[in-house]
Design a protein around this ligand. Structure first.
Ligand code: ADP
Ligand code: ADP
Length: 233
């Protein structure tokens, strides 16, 4: 579902590439965990999947990144909304409307989906994420875990095949982090969504992963394996 072929990314003015010679294959319906120290290029790798790199960040991407067979370099993120959903660390940075319901509908409005499809998908997503009771609440009044679930929901309504998350639990307390991880697990198991998630606290999330991708240092090739293999490294 996600494939990197000899991918390098060099930001304008940088002395060395942020990613170099990355080959990667993440099958459909897997949850892959991207780990490695700060600055090794995790966000850059995620951005190459969502199309943020190089469309919004500048720089040069060499090699080929395909998601569901589509080359992300040829499509800015808005053209990939039905394929890749992207959620960052800080849910508040993500929101464009006031209430939970409006936020879930927003992405579909941008895609011009019919009103009855939008209504159905808002209901389906509220149920899937356990947000039905909060539908009319201002997002600003929710807890961090609830906000992160709304952020995930807002990119799920176009039914993307791939969900990309950059440290989605880093700002959350352990209980809220569990809620978010449980949601991701449900997406993978029940809907066959492919999830690629960067995380620096490996032990918290490794039990949920099918594959672990380790970027050991800047510009180095990734090391991949099962959680059991990687915990032994
Ligand atoms: P990580 O997510 O693992 O912390 P990043 O992908 O954010 O790593 O960063 C990798 C390297 O690329 C760092 O040296 C960072 O400073 C640099 N970098 C990241 N984004 C940009 C950008 N938009 N422009 C220039 N340099 C960047
Ligand atoms: P429509 O596509 O017309 O909006 P539905 O909203 O009922 O119809 O969705 C159709 C199917 O999509 C359902 O079988 C449901 O299980 C599945 N589905 C629900 N949420 C997602 C999702 N986030 N990603 C992919 N498929 C989903």
């Amino acid at each position: 579902m996600i494939r990197f072929e000899d991918v390098s990314v060099t930001y304008d003015g940088a002395a060395a590439p942020a990613l170099r010679g990355v080959d990667l294959a993440i099958p459909e319906g897997e949850l892959a965990l991207l780990v490695g120290p700060s600055g090794v290029g995790k966000s850059t790798l995620l951005g190459a999947v969502s199309g943020l790199v190089p469309h919004f960040t500048g720089g040069t991407l060499r090699g080929r990144v395909t998601v569901g067979g589509r080359d992300t370099r040829l499509h800015p993120p808005r053209e990939l909304a039905d394929l890749v959903g992207t959620v960052g660390q800080d849910p508040l940075a993500h929101f464009v409307t006031d209430t939970v319901e409006d936020e879930l509908a927003y992405g579909m409005e941008c895609l011009g989906l019919p009103a009855d499809t939008m209504r159905r998908r808002v209901e389906e997503t509220l149920d899937l994420l356990g947000l039905a009771e909060l539908r009319e609440r201002p997002i600003a009044s929710l807890s961090g875990g609830q906000q992160q679930r709304v952020a995930i929901g807002s990119v799920l309504t176009p039914h993307p095949k791939v969900l990309v998350l950059d440290e989605p639990t880093s700002a959350l307390d352990p209980a809220a982090a569990e809620e978010v991880l449980a949601v991701l697990q449900r997406l993978v198991h029940d809907l066959g969504t492919t999830v690629l998630m960067a995380e620096h606290r490996l032990e918290r999330v490794v039990q949920y992963a099918d594959q672990v991708v380790l970027l050991p240092e800047a510009g180095a090739a990734p090391v991949t394996g099962t959680p059991a293999e990687m915990m032994a490294v």
